[in-house]
Design a protein around this ligand. Structure first.
Ligand code: GCU
Length: 138
């Protein structure tokens, strides 16, 4: 299936706020996680079939330190301490990816800040596209 882009500003946010004061985001804004452990954004994603897929998070981290997040799919840990490394500026956006197995139908994909500094600024989640490590079709 073609990749689907899910905007963070449309996600369910706990301990964060939607903002638009740093350029370069897609959609209408991004989620600024509060600087606390446990802050999260949760996306509701529909998959046509069960199976592994790539989760790609677009984010900015204008600090000099990693802001790791745990990625959970339907409550199960899919990526432990996924790195959201410094991007150089709050207006410089990069991606962090992991693979996860989705269920057929509705899935809850939650990105939860692990460190007391909270998460990065999160722009979007793209589901699908090339699986990390896979060999592209010729
Ligand atoms: C700055 C920046 C915010 C960011 C915050 C943080 O205040 O303007 O967009 O979220 O730092 O450290 O999380």
């Amino acid at each position: 299936a073609a990749p689907t882009v899910h905007q963070a500003e449309a996600s369910t946010v706990s301990q964060g706020v939607v903002e638009s004061n740093h350029a370069g985001f897609t959609g209408t804004g991004f989620v600024n996680y509060h600087n606390v452990t446990g802050s999260y954004a949760e996306f509701t994603v529909t998959a046509a079939a069960a199976g592994p897929t790539t989760l790609t998070f677009r984010f900015a981290n204008g600090t000099t330190a990693n802001r790791p997040m745990d990625i959970r799919v339907n409550g199960a840990l899919a990526a432990d301490d996924l790195a959201f490394s410094p991007t150089g500026a709050w207006s410089t956006w990069k991606t962090a990816s992991t693979t996860a197995t989705l269920a057929a139908g509705t899935n809850r994909i939650r990105a939860t800040a692990v460190a007391a500094t909270g998460g990065p600024n999160l722009d979007s989640l793209t589901v699908g596209g090339p699986t990390a490590g896979a060999t592209p079709a010729a």
